[in-house]
Design a protein around this ligand. Structure first.
Ligand SMILES: [Cu+2]
Length: 562
């Protein structure tokens, strides 16, 4: 990047001031400009490229403020060649003008007086750094655990963290019976709007949904009595844009905590119609596994909550700084199509946060499971009419079906409020006395969007699970992950074919009485608002795994020892 900046030195210093450390006359008292790379997944198939973006570090402000000080300068870097000396910058944009084919082309145009310069905001203040925060507990992380084994109430499980994809619970059992072999985050997509120069996405597992974060802050991230779990961290960003990732130099850190949570409401409650009335209920108690990953500007706060009635609730919240872009009404007016203009010179592009999970459900340890759909429909009741008319009486009714094969549209689902459907993984060989197969259902527990982009868009091909709330496949050791981190750089080429959900689905394997995996996609579209400055108020999306005729009754209404 240094030769490019040197070629453009007069233009850059003339526009932004002596803020480039790579150039002569750099004056840190005036702030600092820095470049960083965004993977360019819009390259041609087989090509690897980056978008180079520039941001400004205001003098005297924390580095975090730079997320909100983008500079109106970007370029593409073709990094296909394994030899970095062959990499070339092209398609430069400066103050809304371009593309310029090379740094020399931009320099020459500037020297001919053909390039307009533009103003950019340097102001710091309450708008770009949070000024109010809870102090951490002075006693620190009092309870540190060197293992991830948890036993709480009816539940036992092991907590782990995958270096790339983040939190995972293994061998989850209720009263000794297996519910899940694995419940693990897979990836988190942040896909941004924009034109050819600015549209990009993050597959955050490619950056590590664990090791770029910090140990959790006691009293801020987790309550006083939380137990902190030790994980290995061997991935450290190094100034200058590279990373040190030597597992032999791994260190411990504490990115996960586990704690009991007595909630502020009941898990069941009823008033008996006696005189006097008889109110009874059971306060909802939960064991919470909390994992927080920070990936650059964003923080992912994930809670897995296991409850006394057998429910497992999973929620991921999105937090931190927005990814922002420069805006000037006469420089890049088209940005209004892609972004909310949150300050007169600052744009917040609309983007999706879509989180993918793997739930390898083994109902009571059985590996011969099936996916059973229960649809609530409406239709005429045979032989019944609406009283006083000849019109048929319409009723809701239940329609049951088993999904017999894998396939897009066959074993993939998007929840629809007008077509309520229960999705349950069941063991057909274990039916209750009333004839219901034991199972665990997968249910959204918040409003969840899916992909807005069409299926042939490179971002979607890179991470197909973002198109569905649920996809179910037959378990294979080789199909261990729903997407590949290598797709981050090339969604158009089928890299690591076996780690693509749509590839798992396309062979149409039969699903009845097999070991099934539920792949779950939840998320939200983030339409940026002014209140996202300086940092967003955490918001999220999630799902629940619920016992579905797994027990003969509500076990939270029975003594624990039963
Ligand atoms: Cu966001």
């Amino acid at each position: 990047m240094r030769p490019v900046l040197r070629t453009l030195a007069r233009l850059l210093i003339g526009t932004f001031g002596p803020v480039f450390p790579e150039l002569e006359g750099f004056d840190p008292a005036q702030g600092q400009a820095a470049w960083s790379l965004r993977n360019d997944a819009l390259t041609a198939p087989g090509e690897r490229g980056d978008i180079v973006v520039f941001s400004f570090y205001p003098p005297g402000a924390l580095a975090e403020a730079s997320w909100l000080h983008p500079l109106p300068l970007s370029m593409k870097l073709n990094t296909t060649d394994a030899d970095p000396s062959a990499w070339r910058a092209s398609r430069l944009k400066f103050c809304g003008q371009g593309f310029f084919d090379s740094a020399e082309a931009l320099r020459d145009a500037h020297e001919r007086g053909e390039v307009r310069v533009c103003a950019f905001g340097r102001a710091v203040g309450a708008w770009n750094l949070p000024r109010r925060a809870t102090p951490p507990l002075p006693e620190g992380r009092a309870l540190k655990e060197a293992h991830g084994g948890v036993a709480w109430g009816p539940w036992t499980f092991t907590v782990s963290q995958n270096p790339s994809s983040g939190p995972a619970l293994l061998d989850v059992r209720f009263r000794g019976e297996r519910v899940l072999y694995e419940l693990a985050m897979q990836d988190a997509l942040a896909a941004y709007s924009g034109d050819e120069s600015s549209q990009f996405f993050y597959l955050d597992a490619a950056y590590s949904l664990s090791m770029l974060g910090a140990s959790l802050s006691p009293g801020v991230d987790c309550p006083r009595d939380a137990h902190y779990l030790s994980m290995a961290d061997y991935y450290v960003l190094v100034k200058g844009g590279t990373a040190d990732s030597d597992p032999t130099r791994a260190r411990d850190f504490w990115p996960i905590c586990v704690f009991e949570f007595t909630e502020d409401h009941s898990i069941w409650r009823h008033m008996g119609n006696d005189i006097p009335t008889d109110v009874r209920g059971l306060v909802r108690r939960t064991v919470v596994v909390r994992s927080i990953a920070t990936v650059g500007n964003y923080d992912y706060l994930t809670d897995v909550k296991l409850r006394e009635d057998g429910e497992i609730e999973v929620k991921t919240q999105f937090a931190g700084y927005i990814e922002s872009r420069y805006f000037g009404p006469h420089v890049n007016p088209q940005e209004r199509n892609f972004s909310t203009i949150v300050r007169p010179d600052l744009a917040g592009p609309v983007h999706s946060h879509l989180v993918n999970w793997k739930a390898d459900i083994d109902v009571a340890g059985a590996r011969a499971n099936a996916l059973r759909l229960t649809k609530v429909k409406a239709g005429p009741v045979p032989g019944s009419t609406l009283r006083g008319t000849n019109a048929p009486l319409v009723s809701k009714y239940l329609e049951y079906s088993l999904v017999d094969r894998e396939g897009v549209g066959t074993s993939t689902f998007v929840a629809h409020p007008e077509h309520p459907t229960n999705w349950a993984v069941v063991d057909r060989a274990a039916t209750s006395a009333s004839g219901n197969p034991r199972g665990y259902a997968i249910a959204l527990n918040s409003f969840c969007t899916t992909q807005v982009l069409p299926g042939d868009h490179p971002f979607v091909k890179a991470i197909p699970l973002t198109q569905y709330h649920l996809a179910v496949t037959k378990y294979h050791d080789s199909e261990y992950r729903s997407s590949s981190v290598y797709a981050q750089y090339d969604g158009q080429t089928e890299v690591e074919r076996e780690q693509r959900l749509d590839h798992f689905l396309e062979d149409g394997e039969q699903l009845i009485d097999e070991d099934l995996v539920a792949w779950i996609g939840v998320g939200r579209e983030h339409i940026v608002r002014q209140e996202d400055l300086p940092v967003v108020s955490n918001f999220g999306a999630g799902f629940s795994l619920q016992p579905w005729n797994f027990f003969t009754q509500n076990v939270a209404a029975s003594p624990l020892a039963q």
